[in-house]
Design a protein around this ligand. Structure first.
Ligand code: GLV
Length: 324
């Protein structure tokens, strides 16, 4: 019997030996993702797809898939995949929750601290030969210790951000679709508040919601108007949760003091984006989970899901268990 065919849309930071024993593998080895037309061609003859958040897996693509048994995404988010379409075709979709929680929370903190204490501006200043003496008012930023942190979205990553905030003696507010258990609130020393109150009272607002119809441009003109002029926005979730035009307005008119983004709309950010003209925004190329150990764990988890799907077993980390 011939082996099942698998397409992997990029080189992975792990070994493929185990997978090789049960499947015939094709890996897309270019730095850029496979173009949509290539995906459309491949999907027609494969049994398993291992994809990344840069691959658009839409209804048209899924309808062209006649033998596909499993989609395994190497990411926790899966807004690039039309889940209802996959479910209607009985295709299980896997993802990689949990293993990237700490790395992403760490990175949200790296951005928060870099934006507050102006680390990127400071480096540019030094390299430009501007460091001539110690100055009492050079590159001042706000206090982090003791400030109010607003966490929007309180799943695994939001909670991990809160755990770190405790060490900075912060007042921690959160808002979320579901309020968490009182014991958890108590142990993390967090207060559940309405979104608007969080916006008005926070010195730092950090976003940890998935992208959905409800969260698309959740941060736009109205929200920036409510934030403190001294506040800093951090986004390590998905770019489209923030309206980039509204953010530019808010940053350039002093409605908010700064922003640090690991994600943008679109990605990559176009080099003519007005945001890139501002000094009070830091933009990283979607690095939230980018620790070596985390990326390796994500790749292994994605392979685990893929292999389970090829064997016809239930995926250990399944987004649409309704298929079973
Ligand atoms: C990264 O953004 C992920 O969803 O894993």
């Amino acid at each position: 019997m011939s082996q099942p065919k698998v397409f992997i849309t990029r080189r992975l930071p792990t070994q493929l030996e185990q997978l090789q024993e049960i499947a015939s593998i094709e890996v897309w080895t270019e730095r850029q993702p496979p173009p949509y037309e290539i995906l459309l061609e491949k999907i027609q003859s494969i049994d398993g797809l291992l994809c990344l958040l840069t691959d658009r897996i839409d209804r048209q693509l899924l309808e062209a898939a006649t033998s596909l048994k499993v989609i395994s995404q190497m990411a926790v988010g899966y807004d690039n995949i039309d889940i209802p379409a996959a479910t209607s075709q009985q295709i299980p979709v896997g993802h990689t929750p949990g293993v990237l929680t700490d790395a992403t929370a760490d990175f949200a903190w790296a951005l928060l601290m870099a934006a507050a204490r102006r680390v990127v501006e400071a480096d540019r200043f030094t390299r430009a030969g501007e460091w001539r003496t110690w100055e009492p008012d050079l590159l001042l930023g706000p206090n982090i210790t003791g400030a109010t942190l607003g966490i929007v979205g309180f799943g695994r990553i939001g909670q991990a951000v809160a755990r770190r905030a405790k060490g900075f003696e912060m007042r921690i507010l959160y808002t979320s679709r579901h309020r968490c258990e009182p014991e958890l609130e108590q142990s993390l020393a967090v207060e559940f508040v309405a979104f608007d109150r969080l916006l008005c009272e926070s010195d730092f607002v950090t976003i940890h919601t998935p992208l959905s119809e409800d969260t698309y441009h959740l941060f736009s003109d109205r929200e920036f108007e409510q934030m403190k002029p001294s506040s800093i926005l951090i986004n390590t979730s998905r770019g489209a949760v923030v309206d980039p035009d509204g953010l530019y307005q808010a940053l350039s008119t002093g409605q908010i003091a700064g922003a640090a983004l690991d994600v943008t709309e679109p990605e990559p950010i176009p080099m003519d984006s007005s945001l890139l003209t501002l000094d009070n925004v830091i933009i990283a190329p979607h690095l939230g989970s980018a620790s070596r150990q985390t990326r390796e764990k994500m790749a292994n988890m994605a392979i685990e899901n893929l292999m389970a799907g090829l064997r016809g077993d239930r995926l250990p980390y399944c987004v649409n268990p309704e298929v079973y």
